[in-house]
Design a protein around this ligand. Structure first.
Ligand SMILES: [Zn+2]
Length: 107
């Protein structure tokens, strides 16, 4: 990766939080942030289903939106992170260290 590429993705590399003992928004289960295995990046240029589809419930049909470059996603996945942008209830700022899941699907 050259300097031009590094500069073009720098705005996405701003951490928006890692460890935070809290439930998943709108749910009773604990967030992966509670276990210190998740990081959120670039909140201002990320998309989250509850922000995009205000008032919708988990059981409602929703659309999809993402502004995180797939090159960044591929780097995180290469090192064992699951990306929230691949979930139906998308959370494109969210990366979670789950190498066991990544390795399972590599087989
Ligand atoms: Zn997160």
């Amino acid at each position: 990766m050259n300097w031009q590429n590094i500069l073009s993705i720098a705005k996405y590399m701003k951490s928006a939080g890692t460890f935070n003992w809290r439930p998943v928004r709108g749910a009773k289960r604990l967030s992966a942030h509670s276990y210190g295995i998740a990081i959120d990046i670039a909140v201002q240029i990320s998309d989250y289903w509850l922000w995009e589809f205000k008032g919708k419930k988990e059981t409602d049909k929703i659309g999809y939106k993402n502004r995180i470059p797939m090159g960044i996603v591929e780097i995180f996945e290469k090192y064992g992170f699951v990306w929230g942008g691949r979930w139906y209830h998308f959370d494109t700022m969210h990366f979670e260290y789950r190498p066991e899941i990544i390795n399972y699907f590599k087989k």
